[in-house]
Design a protein around this ligand. Structure first.
Ligand code: FAD
Ligand code: DHB
Length: 388
């Protein structure tokens, strides 16, 4: 088969890129190792920045997000038994939307399929060839047979564990990495939301986060040992831990309900540069990871492919490649800002096993500053809504 752009991975990055290219008359084929049912059911991100909403709306895939997503004008920071509101809209003029990543995925798959886009699920053995030349190709297996795509470009949107980053030339590469000694335990709960807005809570027992998915489903997280196992956590133990970490003097309590999903995720910060070599480009989690505290991962995947689509459009429309050549530098500005913010917010709210009493008091004092200084709250709000 022949196409203009071969895209590996049907996460938010790969699907949105394919759709944006289609809107510009550029052909692509997306290769995904999992099934359609699996990608549409994987529970991950929830928070969309306004810039992400604008990109999805302008691309014509925002109707359900506008109808079903919940617009949030603020969130709360909870510590020392009190909750404090950060008014995002008053401080920045912007807001965020809580709309689950797998719903974004469903909307994008539907758009690609409605346009008869080539989206192949359950492929295996993806290998890249001659990416340093102008005639790269991709080989893979699908439906029991071997297949090959010849393309002008190959785009790696296959996440942190994919095959495209390892296919980048080793020479000149620099990776930046930080792992945290903790993870997040995430649950989905059948119940009305405990709070209209998200609550990020710091507690001596560890961080906790109250989020929502819909009027009948809550998404809750708490800091845990990344090596722990969900089977060690009975529902009763989970509720006891959440009540302890979310204790407060305002009389507010987290709403209990049937827990119907439990998972543990590790936390790391990671950036791999450059994000391009010859005709191979990386986007989203394939090139960088943030800890989830700042809610930036999917937003970065969207902003990467928005930039990349503009570069490919210039290449095909004008035969010029300045934008493609500037892709890594352009994308990294936003990526490093999000890396900084996610690292900072993680440090602000989590319990570090090696923290000295001094460090713990400074952490608490920083939170006090944030909720009493408009200047500091504004910086937090600007970063959270992605106003940069
Ligand atoms: P992925 O979503 O990982 O997609 C990659 C795709 O490639 C997958 O479908 C995979 O199956 C496929 N693939 C992998 N290898 C191959 C291969 N060899 N061949 C073919 N296909 C392959 N981000 C936010 O913005 N806001 C949040 O609130 C937020 N919260 C989060 C909460 C949690 C618990 C987690 C885990 C993440 C969160 N994130 C959040 C991060 C966000 O989910 C990711 O950053 C986002 O999924 C990245 O999109 P992507 O398309 O780059 O990669
Ligand atoms: C959610 C995830 C996040 O990482 C975050 O910071 C806020 C909300 C969520 O899944 O709802």
């Amino acid at each position: 088969m022949r196409t203009q752009v071969a895209i590996i991975g049907a996460g938010p990055a790969g699907l949105l890129l394919s759709h944006l290219l289609h809107l510009n008359g550029i052909e692509s084929i997306v290769l995904e190792s999992r099934s359609q049912a699996e990608i549409e059911a994987t529970i991950r991100a929830g928070v969309l920045e306004q810039g992400t909403m604008d990109i999805l709306n302008n691309a014509g895939v925002g109707a359900r997000m506008r109808a079903e997503g919940a617009l949030h004008h603020g969130f709360e920071l909870a510590f020392s038994g009190r909750r404090h509101r950060i008014d995002l809209t008053e401080l920045t003029g912007k807001s965020i939307t809580v709309y689950p990543q797998h719903e974004v995925i469903k909307d994008l798959v539907a758009a690609r399929q409605a346009a008869q886009g080539q989206l192949l699920f359950e492929v295996s053995g993806v290998q890249l060839h001659r990416v340093e030349t102008t005639t790269p190709s991709v080989t893979y297996s699908h439906g029991g047979g071997a297949a090959r795509i010849d393309a002008d470009f190959v785009i790696g949107c296959d996440g942190y564990h994919g095959v495209t980053r390892p296919a980048m030339p080793v020479q000149g590469r620099q990776d930046y990495q930080r792992t945290y000694g903790f993870g997040w335990f995430g649950i989905l709960v059948e119940s009305a939301p405990s709070s209209e807005e998200l609550i990020y809570a710091r507690h001596p027992r560890g961080f906790a986060l109250v989020s929502t998915r819909s009027p009948t489903v809550q998404r809750l997280y708490f800091q845990c040992d990344p090596a722990d196992h969900v089977d060690n956590w009975s529902d009763d133990r989970i509720w006891a831990e959440l009540h302890a970490r979310l204790e407060n003097r305002d009389g507010w309590i987290v709403q209990e309900g049937r827990i119907f999903q439990k998972n543990i995720i590790g936390m790391r910060s990671f950036v791999s540069t450059p994000m391009q070599a010859g005709r191979l480009f990386l986007a989203g989690d394939a090139a960088h990871i943030v800890p989830p505290t700042g809610a930036k991962g999917m937003n970065l995947a969207v902003s990467d492919v928005h930039l990349l689509a503009q570069g490919l459009e210039q290449f095909y429309r004008q035969g010029a490649d300045e934008r493609l050549q500037g892709y890594t530098a352009g994308a990294l500005k936003r990526i490093w800002r999000a890396e900084y913010f996610s690292w900072w917010m993680t440090n602000l709210l989590h319990t570090f096993p090696d923290a000295t009493p001094f460090k713990r008091e400074v952490q608490r004092a920083e939170l006090e500053c944030l909720v009493s200084s408009r200047a500091m709250a504004t910086a937090l709000a600007e970063n959270y809504v992605g106003a940069f």
